[in-house]
Design a protein around this ligand. Structure first.
Ligand code: SF4
Ligand code: SF4
Length: 491
């Protein structure tokens, strides 16, 4: 049977004359034992380890071949016997269908992924191919806390704010070089406010020069000169920048009433600081997102914040609710149910009044209800990225696997300055942390859980929540369907 006849009998999932390409928001990395495709964005980051068959096909999605030509090339490549060719093509088209169903991965127009444009080596070791791979061969992203210092001292802060020695820029350069050599492009900023470091712009420059993707959030005052330097580096600028290199800038402020804004961050005149910073950024061509944490003190702040900052030109807002923190929690900051309902109404009204703005509101009206997921939801829970695809580097080079667990033993799994990033990633200590011995869970529901090995090996569990709610990482989080202990209020 001829190729065209097969396509006629089994209608393919796509128009075979169309020319697909891996989108310019995605990168592809050859990890030797498998191929990883990922959306190169700090906020919308997702990844997929490709099956061997997908891995073999993907270099053909470079925007030069139509689906029909890709099909023919695959036939050439795999050379299936004549008698199974029909089935081969049908399967191939199912694979195309699967790739097309990954949101934004394959597109039919627009730019092409830099990984395919540069003709990077994308042929892995197919004999020893590892699939599925719940843990990557090397990190896909690292978050670096260059400092734990902040310019404010927010009442709702969730960070540990540990006083910590800070590595200098020469040391960070070595870390950056290792990231670049290992195609780790998602190098984000964690910890305190990077602008409290004198060398912050130099650090950012080093990151930009290696094509790293990151997110810049601040409560520091940025002068017009600072803003211009950021703009010159392309930080916060969307136009003429490849989507994989877009680095959003965020200014945090919690009220358009200065007495409340200043009270919440314990800094006098804070509204003015945030307003001037925003003005300076916008004059330099950077349109920051405004982020607000809503507490019982500023539950109705969004309307005034939106009015105040849209007048300056801001187009994006993010409103989140105060939630329990491990280090300095205060129950009085929680919103009441009435406030949450009022906020829900306000969000609807603002969305109607400002349809062109991009606004996100955390809509939470579930406090008091048990957090346990159903078994089906639990099966589909988000994978804990710590140690599977991501690691956190503390200001002194120590590595932890979650940015919210304490920077202290037993949560430190290594140090990048004494071991290198890959040295830590492959270390026994990290592995032991990631796959703990069942005995450590004695007294918890995990100890007798028949799912224990699968749970630890594949998706993992949120040990931050176990620690925050029950005081130990060796316990099930409140979302686990088998956790029976009542969790304290979260938001
Ligand atoms: S968190 Fe514990 S109890 Fe829940 S599925 Fe995992 S091992 Fe089992
Ligand atoms: S422990 Fe929880 S918060 Fe931390 S990385 Fe894992 S899932 Fe995320």
């Amino acid at each position: 049977m001829k190729f065209e006849d097969i396509c006629e009998t089994h209608s393919p999932p796509c128009d075979l004359t169309q020319v697909p390409r891996v989108s310019d928001s995605w990168r592809i990395r050859n990890d030797g034992r498998n191929i990883v495709a990922y959306k190169c964005s700090v906020l919308g980051h997702k990844f997929k380890v490709l099956s061997p068959f997908e891995a073999a096909c993907i270099p053909l999605f470079d925007g030069t071949l139509a689906f029909a030509e890709i099909t023919e090339k695959c036939i050439e490549l795999f050379d299936p016997p004549e008698r199974v060719q029909e089935e081969f093509i049908i399967r191939l088209h199912k694979i195309f269908e699967g790739l097309l169903s990954i949101e934004g991965f394959i597109t039919l127009e627009g730019g092409i992924s830099p990984s395919l444009r540069k003709k990077t080596d994308l042929i892995p070791d197919f004999i020893d191919y590892r699939f599925p791979a719940p843990r990557l061969e090397r990190p896909l992203s690292v978050m670096i806390a260059f400092t734990n210092r902040c310019s404010c001292n927010c009442r709702y802060c969730y960070a540990q704010k540990k006083v910590c020695e800070e590595a200098d820029i020469a040391q960070w350069r070595e870390v950056f070089d290792e990231c670049a050599a290992n195609e780790i492009y998602l190098v984000d900023i964690a910890g305190g406010d990077i602008f409290t470091r004198e060398d912050c712009l130099d650090i950012l420059h080093e990151m930009v020069s290696r094509d790293f993707t990151f997110f810049v959030s601040t409560k520091s005052y940025l002068s017009d000169g600072d803003a211009e330097q950021l703009a010159e580096m392309g930080i916060g600028i969307k136009e003429k920048i490849a989507p994989t290199l877009y680095r959003k800038v965020q200014v945090s402020v919690d009220s358009a009433d200065d007495s409340i804004a200043s009270y919440l961050v314990r800094k006098p005149g804070y509204l003015d600081i945030a307003t001037q910073t925003t003005e300076n950024l916008i004059s330099a061509g950077i349109y920051p997102r405004i982020k607000s944490v809503l507490t019982s003190y500023n539950a109705t702040a969004p309307a005034d914040i939106v009015h105040h900052f849209t007048e300056l030109g801001v187009k994006e807002f993010d409103f989140v609710l105060y939630s329990r923190s491990y280090y300095c929690h205060d129950d009085s900051l929680f919103l009441s149910m009435e406030q949450k309902i009022e906020l829900h109404r306000m969000a609807e009204a603002l969305t109607k009044v400002f349809p062109s703005l991009h606004m996100t509101f955390q809509d939470e009206t579930t406090s008091g209800k048990p957090l346990n997921m159903t078994c089906e939801q639990w099966e589909e829970r988000a994978v804990c990225s710590g140690g599977r695809s991501n690691m956190i580097i503390q200001p002194n080079g120590d590595v932890t696997l979650c940015d919210q667990i304490p920077h202290e033993a037993p949560f430190i799994v290594g140090n990048v300055f004494s071991q290198s990033i890959i040295g830590v990633w492959k270390s026994r200590k990290l592995e032991e942390f990631l796959y703990p011995d069942r005995k450590k869970f004695s007294g918890s529901v995990c100890y007798d859980c028949p799912e224990f090995d699968r749970c630890m090996q594949f998706r993992g569990y949120c040990y931050r929540d176990s620690l925050f709610y029950y005081g130990s990482i060796y316990d099930a989080p409140p979302e686990c369907p088998w956790q029976e202990k009542k969790a304290p209020r979260k938001t």
